[in-house]
Write a protein that binds this ligand. Sequence first.
Ligand code: 0RA
Length: 673
Amino acid sequence: MTQLKTIDQPQKDISGSEEDLYGADKITVLKGLAAVRKRPAMFIGDTGKRGLHHLVYEVVDNAVDEALAGFCTKIQVILHKDGSCAVTDNGRGIPVDIHKEEKRPALELVMTMLHAGGKFDKGSYKVSGGLHGVGVSVVNALSKWCRVEVHRDNQKYIQSYKLGKVEAPIEVKGKTRKTGTTVRFLPDKEIFRFTEFEFDIIDERLRELAYLNKNLEIILRDERAGHEREQVHRYKGGLIEFVQHLDETRNALIPKPIFLDGEKEGVPVELSLQYNDSFNENIFTFVNCINTIEGGTHLAGLRAALTRSLNQYAVKNNLFKNSKSGKGTFSLSGEDAREGLTAVLSVKVADPQFEGQTKTKLGNGEVKGICDSLIMEGLSDYFERHPGVARKIIEKAELAARSREAARKAKDLIRRKSALDSASLPGKLADCSNKDPAFCELFLVEGDSAGGSAKQGRDRRFQAILPLRGKVINAEKARDDRLLNNNEIQAIITALGTGYGGDNDNDEEESGSSADFNIENLRYKKIIIMTDADVDGSHIRTLILTFIYRKMPQLIHGGHIYIAQPPLYKIRRGKTELYAFSDEERDYHLKRLRKDGGKDSKIEISRYKGLGEMNPEQLWATTMDPDTRTLLQVTVAEDAGAASLFSRLMGHDVEARREFIEANAKNVTFLDI
Ligand code: 0RA
């Protein structure tokens, strides 16, 4: 946001200094919206599906800010027939009075100027950070039209905009006894590659917001023809219900999730946690309702406090039964303490600093100590009052410690194998010649025959091939020792070069070992999963994704994971060969060939069932050549949603899996691709 331009005022070059124009003492810097339309991705991330839905979140976030400030209890989102989206809240309503310095109504400024800083501050904790909090004006700028209705001071006001520009002065539209704001907007097709909202994507975020703001009612209604549907979210239990939802398909270890809340140095902290009989750790952390996918100081505080409180209670009450005698005193590691843990941590920070690759890592140093001491105190107190619960958790963690010993051996083996020389790389890996990860791609290919074609068809300078022939183990159900003894998993880890496990969190209380996962050692920038377009292929793909999501989520969050798109059909007439990647595309090609061509040569359609049916040249041309292929990047729209989805798909609960597969027979939509 370096370029400052205005669209409503005469264009003057003010890019030199904000201070000259507004005075150094002014906090707020107002800018026009031209920059937003010119470079939308800078404001909303991208102009695909994700960016489109970001518009909805942006308006909803503003309403949630009203709720955080204590003025809003209900938010309603409507997907209208005309493709627009309306967000209504019962907050205070955007102010309409004239702003002294700008001499324009506040509503107009909120809607048409980018603003940074404190003038529109509405209380201390705001949903902002990363791409959140860019302002409703950004939504306006990227909409074909937008209409705002404000109920405030017993009056109804409306104003309309086109492409971010005011259409007419604010109109007074009669009396009202309510307060609140409705923002309705139609995303601009000139800006977005997709303009159709997806109910499920929006619903996932709204559900999360409703859990995080207990008792806040959030409604999503789809009024589009053929899509009519309504979902109401309102959770009295807040984070407790969030944890219960996440663990819906798992077996709980203790009767009810533990809940703690407290506040220290102006930082409110809320935590709920439960243990289940799986081996996975599921911690979701939020700062001002934003999912901090990369963790940060609040997570470090939680981890430290959890491990310490369990160890302290166990020692004090002499609960470690199987502690090894001789070699000093036994204690649980952080990983032991977190095996089978599902937790949601929500903190509010007035001035959050977000860091990391995706700006979703909390950097505020003071928050670590605050979370650590509040949670340490809260848990210790809870364990004193619920000794049965404490005993169960400690028993489980001690069991985890023992099986981790077995896993450690398997892990060391992999570490030795993944020493930097290529001699120790898996035998079936056909590596590329370039060693600079920035240029390299690894194809994980289903089966030996497709693997063979891929090896012949590839550009060996930068494309490596790892054929997977055995069964990939289900990471949702197996503990590390079994995972690490699986040949295919071993081959994947060794080929990636990243190592495995550990906390991969330098702020942690424990120091990591050199065998632990470290994304800096990743040998390929792109990891491309290439499987057959059939049921088995999609199963294998899901297994690989489950492993990566559970054990190396940083690869997904870093944008390294892709899915190859092999064609479904080959259509031939005479010398013309065309590939189709969907039924629609097939029909389109057929229509064109029939229209253009003479009658004599007939059209042949063949359906590819497996990658192995393509020869190396075809595989290269359709699926591997960077100039012509399509890759789907795997991203996780809502992390908590993805976690419960994976457990539903791959966990023990067969009924839940059947239900899910029936409901989503055709497309698994958790991947925002
Ligand atoms: C600026 C100042 C105030 C509230 C808002 C904006 C506001 C914005 C949106 C967007 C959607 N819903 C909203 N509700 C409120 C503070 C109002 C005051 O001090 O009374």
